[in-house]
Design a protein around this ligand. Structure first.
Ligand code: MN3
Length: 225
């Protein structure tokens, strides 16, 4: 090996180490192609939403927590520390990172349909019917003025629908209603404007076609343990 190639190797190793130390929070690959949720959620929206919005939350979060204890936390542990006193950059970008990672995971191509098993039984028990859950979830999403999220959560072993402003979520002690999220939808305009413009209700109707009920059922089971 020449001196030059040794030197290149050494510099590469150093750069890799310092990058890893800086970038505590990282973006997992999208679990499907950008166009996989078409026609319900369009390719360009997914490219911009995942590639720019979500990515920017992570970049800004890493800057906000650099050399702070929060840097070592898991995203979920970080959410559980968010109070009114938390720096807005940590609350907003931390929430942005957790929320979007969650959102990508509860959608998938070729999904939709009806929940099954224990989850379906719990929906009937707590809402009367799946249609009633959908009505209440849509009301939470359309009723959130400005930007935010609608959620289906497990709270005290029951299913509850709630919504949060901005990038808050039900894991945060600052949320009005706290619980374990098992389903959520982004109602920021960046999530739907290219395809649906101002028609947020149409986007919320289309969302059901891409819900990954297998994943939601898994989250439900974990939350009930
Ligand atoms: Mn978003």
């Amino acid at each position: 090996m020449t001196n030059n190639s040794l030197r290149t190797l050494f510099v590469t190793a150093l750069t890799t180490c310092s990058m890893a130390a800086m970038a505590q929070f990282a973006q997992a690959p999208l679990p499907y192609a950008f166009d996989a949720l078409e026609p319900h959620i369009d390719k360009m929206t997914m490219e911009i939403h995942y590639g720019r919005h979500h990515k920017a939350y992570i970049t800004n979060l890493n800057t906000a927590v650099a050399s702070k204890p929060e840097e070592k936390m898991t995203p979920e542990a970080l959410m559980k520390t968010i109070t009114k006193e938390t720096a807005p950059a940590v609350r907003n970008n931390g929430g942005g990172h957790w929320n979007h990672t969650f959102f990508w995971s509860i959608m998938a191509p070729g999904k939709g349909g009806m929940p099954t098993g224990d989850l379906a039984a719990a929906i009937t028990r707590d809402f009367g019917s799946f249609d009633e859950l959908k009505n209440k979830f849509k009301t939470a999403g359309t009723g959130r003025f400005g930007s935010g999220w609608a959620w289906l959560i497990v709270k005290d072993k029951k299913l509850v629908i709630s919504s949060t402003p901005n990038q808050d979520n039900p894991l945060m002690p600052v949320a009005d209603v706290q619980g374990a999220p098992i389903l959520g939808v982004d109602v920021w305009e960046h999530a739907y404007y290219l395809k649906y413009q101002n028609k947020r209700p149409d986007y919320l109707d289309a969302f059901w076609n891409v819900v990954n009920w297998d994943k939601v059922a898994e989250l439900y089971a974990a939350a009930m343990k």
